[in-house]
Design a binder for this molecule. Sequence first.
Ligand SMILES: [Zn+2]
Length: 63
Amino acid sequence: MTEVQNALERIEKGTYGTCIVCGQPIPEKRLEALPWAARCVKDEERLEERNLSITETYDADLN
Ligand SMILES: [Zn+2]
């Protein structure tokens, strides 16, 4: 599944625009720049630090 498809799925579920990690709203400016953004800036940075794949992040979110 691509990030865009994930974003579309989250629009359907009504969770689009909120961080999948911490549940906080993603800033509007970030969504304008990156409409499929699934994480807030803080968690995106943390993800890059840990170098996790998107799949692993989604699995972690379900736990
Ligand atoms: Zn977050």
